[in-house]
Design a binder for this molecule. Sequence first.
Ligand code: COA
Length: 151
Amino acid sequence: MNKPDIHQAAIRDVAFGTGVKVVEPCNLYGCKIGDDCFVGPFTEIQKDVVIGARTRVQSHAFICELVTIGEDCFIGHGVMFINDTFSTGGPARGHKELWRETVIGNRVSIGSNATILPVKIVDDVVIGAGSVVTKDITTPGTYAGNPARRL
Ligand SMILES: CC(C)(COP(=O)(O)OP(=O)(O)OC[C@H]1O[C@@H](n2cnc3c(N)ncnc32)[C@H](O)[C@@H]1OP(=O)(O)O)[C@@H](O)C(=O)NCCC(=O)NCCS
C-alpha cells in the first residue's frame, strides 16, 4: 500500500497581538492576527492574511491568501473567502497572478456559511447567513441572498 505525504494542521509563523484566543484544531500560517481576536476550531487562515483587533473568526471559516479583514468584525461559522475565481475556465493551478484580493472594512459582520468572492466591503456592513457576495459593497447596510443585495 502506498503511503501519502501527510502534513499536520498547525499554527506556524503567525504574528499574534496580545490577548488572542485560539481553539485548536486549526491551520493558521504566515498570517497576522490582531489584539484580542478569537479564532475558533477547524478554521484555516492562510499566508499574508491580516485580521484587525477584536475580530472574531468562528469555527469552520476559511480565510485565504489576499484577504484583509478590519477591526471589530465577526466572521461567522463556515464563512468561505475566495481568491481564485476560475477566471480562465478552471483553477489557477499555481498562477497566483490570477488571484484577486478581498478587503473587509471595520465592524463588518458576516453571517454563517456566507461566501465572499474577491470584493471590497466598506465599514459597518452586515452580510446575511448563506449569502454570496459577488460585487463590492460601497454603502453601509445589510445585504443578503445569492447574489447578495441590500435589504
Ligand atoms: C441578514 C439578516 C441580518 C437580516 O435580518 P433582519 O434585518 O432582521 O431581516 P428580516 O428577518 O426582517 O428579513 C428581511 C428580508 O430578508 C430576507 N432574508 C433575511 N435573511 C436572509 C438571508 N440570510 N438570506 C436571504 N434572505 C434573507 C427575509 O426572508 C426577508 O425577506 P422578505 O422581505 O421577502 O420577507 C439576518 O437574517 C441574518 O442572516 N443574520 C445572520 C446571522 C448569523 O449568521 N449569525 C452567526 C452567529 S450564530
